[in-house]
Write a protein that binds this ligand. Structure first.
Ligand code: SF4
Length: 192
């Protein structure tokens, strides 16, 4: 143990604002920093201005760490990412600026390969449930059977576009049910 605080620890120490939201953003930033040399903006799907606004609201004393970010890159990680971001934006609980930023982060991190709670850098799935029910309540409330969150998002996109890719119209008799439901267990991803 070096005694050096983690990026998460430094952010929380320098933080302000709602404790849970601050924790969520600190987790996302910490795991994004761990993906260097990928810029933090690209890891989180945020523009520089959006990222500075998040830091100003939650980690004002850490804003200087954003000084060397490269220019914004508008590319997305997956073709469906803009649709997923729009779905989340359409279902914000309050329409607060934090929810706009979280919609972009959740959409970008949904393109990663692990469970969403892991790729958000969170401690466990319960935190993701809390985040989604707090900030995207009208959408999260529709996940009545506790489907895996990424599967649920894609199911909603399919329904929205009238483009059902499921092998069955009914989850209860679907051969893929085990892929779409389940506890989403695993270890927390380590931060950089
Ligand atoms: S269980 Fe089958 S029907 Fe239900 S969302 Fe998954 S693939 Fe679609």
């Amino acid at each position: 143990m070096s005694g050096q605080p983690s990026a998460y620890g430094r952010l929380m120490e320098a933080g302000t604002g709602d404790p849970f939201d601050r924790h969520v953003f600190a987790c996302a930033v910490a795991i994004g920093l761990g993906e260097a040399p990928t810029p933090l903006t690209a890891a989180l799907g945020l523009s520089i201005d959006d990222l500075v606004a998040v830091f100003a609201a939650y980690f004002p004393r850490a804003v200087p760490m954003l000084a060397d970010l490269p220019p914004d890159d508008a590319t997305t990680d997956a073709p469906e990412e803009p649709d997923l971001r729009a779905l989340l934006l359409d279902h914000r609980s309050e329409g607060a600026p934090a929810e706009t930023a979280l919609a972009a982060i959740v959409a970008r991190r949904s393109c990663r390969s692990n469970h969403l709670w892991q790729d958000m850098g969170l401690f466990d799935r319960k935190e993701l449930n809390r985040l989604l029910h707090r900030h995207f309540r009208p959408l999260a409330a529709q996940n009545i059977n506790d489907m895996k969150w990424k599967k649920f998002f894609y199911r909603k996109l399919c329904e929205q576009d009238g483009l059902l890719v499921c092998r069955s119209p009914n989850c209860d008799v679907c051969a893929d049910k085990a892929h779409c439901f389940g506890p989403e267990t695993g270890d927390r991803l380590t931060w950089g």
